[in-house]
Write a protein that binds this ligand. Structure first.
Ligand code: BTN
Length: 323
């Protein structure tokens, strides 16, 4: 426990106890003076935790703030690689940029960068991603899969699957995957994923999977065509709980992907797809393709059956579901 901050050690004990614990016991267990404990408790309160202190009884944790604090995100989190190292910032330009820098400097696979607010949140195709403070989840995951660059879109789809499942589990809302990188609820976008890559011609060095979710945002915080989980559920949810579930599900599917390849997650991606078996229009390579979304191929590409009967394989693009 030597490198763990005192605040985290105290929080750990308070959470496990879930009752009052005397200052004396805390000071004994942590090898700190009673004054040292008191000071650490003040720092914990500054983070937004509610801790009561009662004479003769000691301290008790009453409420945890809905802040993306590394301790809360990782406490008792049973994952193999995702979230083994978590960094959380109050305000940065873009979690993708920070994660990219960290990965360039050798950060380990599964490192996740969170931010409460982004000042230059990036969307796909040079767009921006609105990232108001404390309302969403803005996170970027560093992955180092042993794959060719052409397989990178598979990891984007795996991330959409992890988010879709986590939203369903936590809220009961019927979220769906909109190919290639969105999660929608009631046909409205609540999550977008931007995967960036550092690669050689035939080998990926690392991927940054950037996930942006509109969680507790209100209409005024959102682009016209988008929504948030709060708007669809009509109540706020815990960002911490959702973020933890995403880490868990992403870890689970990533392990499956590494062991068995893309096929097992693909079967689930198809099950939760809002795109398949519908008429779609895709903006791809400077032209529009219209037809029937027939399948998602084994490499994550969309197979569109055109009106002339030919099937076209679309690797990326902007998609509109027509009916
Ligand atoms: C899109 O739908 O265009 C993709 C949006 C991706 C937004 C996320 S928020 C966290 C990460 N950091 C960024 O700058 N972008 C991604």
């Amino acid at each position: 426990m030597r490198n763990i901050p005192t605040e985290d050690r105290i929080l750990w004990i308070l959470k496990e106890k879930d009752d009052f614990i005397s200052g004396e016991e805390l000071s004994h267990r942590l090898g700190l003076s009673r004054m040292g404990i008191w000071k650490a408790i003040q720092r914990i309160k500054l983070l937004g935790y509610s801790v009561v202190a009662q004479p003769h009884l000691g301290y008790r944790l009453i409420e945890v703030p809905d802040r993306l604090i590394p301790f809360e995100l990782t406490w008792n989190l049973k994952t193999k690689s995702i979230g083994k190292s978590v960094l959380s910032f109050k305000k940065i330009e873009s979690t993708n940029n920070t994660a990219y820098e960290l990965a360039t400097n050798g950060a380990r696979e599964g490192t996740v960068v969170f931010a409460e607010e982004q000042t230059k949140g990036k969307g796909r195709l040079g767009r921006s991603w609105l990232s108001p403070a404390y309302k969403g989840i803005y996170m970027s995951v560093i992955l180092r899969p042993n794959i060719a660059p052409s397989s990178a879109p598979e990891l984007t789809l795996i991330a959409t699957l992890a988010v879709t499942k986590a939203i369903r589990e936590l809220t009961g809302l019927l979220s769906f995957i909109k190919w290639p990188n969105d999660v929608v609820i009631n046909s409205k976008k609540v999550c977008g994923i931007l995967t960036e890559m550092n690669a050689e011609i035939d080998k990926v060095n690392f991927l940054i999977v950037g996930i942006g979710i509109n969680v507790n945002s209100e209409k005024k915080d959102l682009p016209k065509e988008a929504s948030s989980i709060k708007e669809e559920l009509k109540q706020r949810i815990s960002r911490i709980e959702l973020a933890r579930l995403i880490l868990l599900r992403l870890d689970e599917y990533y392990e499956i992907f590494k062991e068995f390849g893309f096929n097992p997650p693909l079967a689930e991606i198809k099950r939760y797809s809002s795109t398949l078996n519908r008429r779609v229009k895709v903006h791809y390579l400077n032209r529009f393709i219209e037809g029937h979304a027939q399948d998602i191929d084994k490499d994550g590409a969309l197979l569109v059956r055109l009106d002339n009967g030919f099937a076209e394989k679309v690797f990326a693009g902007d998609l509109v579901n027509i009916r």
